[in-house]
Design a protein around this ligand. Structure first.
Ligand code: PMT
Length: 395
C-alpha cells in the first residue's frame, strides 16, 4: 500500500530518534518516497547526514539554507505529502502542534499538511502520564490526527513504564492499514443518518432526545476516509464532519429525514441509519405557544412517525447494504435482531445504555454487530472514531 506514497517523516529531539533510521529504511523498502523534516534538537540525537543518505534527499530543518539563503516551503511540503508521520514526537512538539506554536520547520509543515497525520509519542512515563500531555494528545485526536500509542517498557531514564515509541515495524503497519482502508469504499455512495429528530409541539417546544450526532458523524468521516462519497442526513446537532468531502443535509423532523433519505437511497450503495429518530410526533403542531393551564396534568396526542429504516428496507434492491443501529436498555440482543429482521437490514449495530461510556453523547462507544447471516462481532469500549472505523471496515 505504501508504494509510490510521499511520506514526510518529522523527527523531534528524543532518544528514540535513533529508531528513525530504521523507520526510513522500512518505508523506502516498501516503495515510499520519504522527506525528513527535523527539529533543531533532533540533530543532537541522529545526524541529518545519515537520514539524507537513507532517503536520497536533503533533510529539511531550517526555514532557509544558511549559505544560499534558499527558502524551504513548508506549504509545498504539506501539499506534496500523502501522509505525515512524527516519530518520535516529544511532549514539547506535541504541545506545539496542539496549540499551533509554529516556531520551527516541523510544526509549520504540520500546520500546512493536507494529508493525514500520524503521531508516535516518545517520552518518560511521568511526562506521558501528565494531564498536559493527555490533553494535548486529545486535542490532536480532535483535529483528526492519528496517535500511535506508545508501548510500555524500559525507558531512556531506565524507569519502566508507558512512553516507548512504537517500534518502526508497527508504525509502518499502521500506515499500511490506513492506506489499505482508504481505498476500501472507493467509488461507493454512502448515506448516513445522524443525530436526533425534533418534533415540534409549538413554536418554542419540541419532543427530542439526547443524540448529539457524534456516532453518525464519526461514521461519515470513517466512510469518507475509506474513499466513499458520503451524504449525512442530519438532525439538529452542533458537531461537524472532520472530512471536508462529507456532504451534510440538515433536517429537523423524522418526516423531513424520511423524505431526504427516500430521495437519496436509490443512488446509494450503503445506508447507515444511526439517527435516533422520534417514533412519535405531536398529532398537531400549534402556531402559537401552548399556554400553561390550571390543570395538574395535560395530554398531548401523538401520531406515529415513518420508520425510515423500514421504508428503505422495503425499497432495497440487490447489492445495496442497509445498516441499522439499535439503542437498547434490556433484552438487547433479542430486540436488536428482531429489528434487523423486521426492517430488512443486512446488519445491526447494538449499543446499550447499560454499558458505561456507550450510547448517547459520550465520546466512546461499545457495540455488538449482528449480521443477517448469523455472524456477530463485538467491538469493546473505544472512541466513537475508532468504533466507526471498525464498523466501516466490516462493510
Ligand atoms: O448521536 P450520539 O450522541 O453519538 O449517540 C449515538 C446513538 C446512541 C444515537 C447511536 O449510536 C444509536 O444507537 N442510534 C440509533 C438509536 C435508535 O433510535 O435506535 P432504535 O432502536 O430506536 O431504532 C432502530 C433503528 O431504526 C435505528 O437504525 C434507527 O435509526 C431506525 N429508525 C428508528 C425509528 C424510526 N422512526 N425510523 C428509523 O429509521
Amino acid at each position: 500500500m505504501l508504494n509510490g506514497k510521499h511520506i514526510i517523516l518529522g523527527i523531534t529531539g528524543g532518544i528514540a530518534a535513533y529508531k528513525s533510521a530504521l523507520l526510513v529504511r522500512l518505508l523506502i523498502k516498501r516503495g515510499a518516497e520519504v522527506q525528513v523534516v527535523m527539529t533543531p534538537s533532533a540533530k543532537e540525537f541522529i545526524t541529518p547526514v545519515t537520514l539524507s543518505a537513507l532517503t536520497g534527499k536533503p533533510v529539511v530543518s531550517e526555514f532557509f539554507t544558511a549559505n544560499t539563503g534558499e527558502w524551504h516551503s513548508h506549504v509545498d511540503l504539506g501539499l506534496w505529502a500523502d501522509a505525515m508521520v512524527i516519530a518520535p514526537a516529544t511532549a514539547c512538539t506535541i504541545g506545539k502542534m496542539a496549540n499551533g506554536v509554529a516556531d520551527n520547520m516541523l510544526v509549520t509543515t504540520y500546520l500546512s499538511a493536507k494529508a493525514p497525520v500520524f503521531v508516535a509519542p516518545a517520552m518518560d512515563l511521568d511526562m506521558m502520564a501528565h494531564p498536559s500531555t493527555t490533553r494535548n494528545l486529545e486535542l490532536l485526536r480532535s483535529y483528526g490526527n492519528h496517535v500511535i500509542e506508545p508501548a510500555s517498557g524500559e525507558l531512556a531514564s531506565h524507569l519502566v513504564g508507558r512512553g516507548r515509541m512504537e517500534e518502526p515495524e508497527n508504525i509502518v503497519r499502521v500506515l499500511d492499514d490506513y492506506f489499505a482502508s482508504s481505498s476500501r469504499l472507493a467509488g461507493k455512495k454512502v448515506l448516513i443518518t445522524a443525530g436526533p429528530t425534533y418534533e415540534r409541539i409549538d413554536p418554542v417546544r419540541f419532543i427530542g432526545n439526547f443524540s448529539t450526532g457524534k456516532m453518525g458523524y464519526a461514521l461519515a468521516d470513517a466512510a469518507a476516509r475509506a474513499g466513499a462519497e458520503v451524504t449525512v442526513v442530519s438532525g439538529p446537532v452542533s458537531v461537524r464532519p472532520k472530512e471536508s468531502s462529507v456532504k451534510v443535509i440538515p433536517v429537523e423532523s423524522a418526516c423531513q429525514m424520511a423524505d431526504r433519505c427516500m430521495e437519496i437511497f436509490p443512488q446509494t450503495d450503503i445506508a447507515i441509519m444511526c439517527a435516533a429518530v422520534a417514533d412519535y410526533a405531536p398529532a398537531e403542531q400549534l402556531d402559537k405557544k401552548l399556554k400553561r393551564g390550571n390543570c395538574e396534568t395535560m395530554t398531548l396526542e401523538l401520531r406515529r412517525n415513518p420508520d425510515i429504516a423500514a421504508m428503505l428496507g422495503k425499497n432495497k434492491r440487490d447489492g445495496q447494504i442497509l445498516v441499522g443501529f439499535a439503542l437498547e436498555t434490556d433484552n438487547e440482543e433479542f430486540n436488536a435482531c428482531r429489528k434487523m429482521e423486521s426492517k430488512n437490514l443486512d446488519l445491526i449495530v447494538l449499543n446499550s445504555l447499560a454499558v458505561p461510556g456507550a450510547g448517547f453523547a459520550t465520546d466512546t462507544n461499545a457495540v455488538s454487530v449482528f449480521f443477517a447471516d448469523g455472524r456477530r462481532t463485538d467491538i469493546p469500549l473505544m472512541s466513537k472514531a475508532d468504533v466507526a472505523g471498525k464498523i466501516i471496515s466490516l462493510l
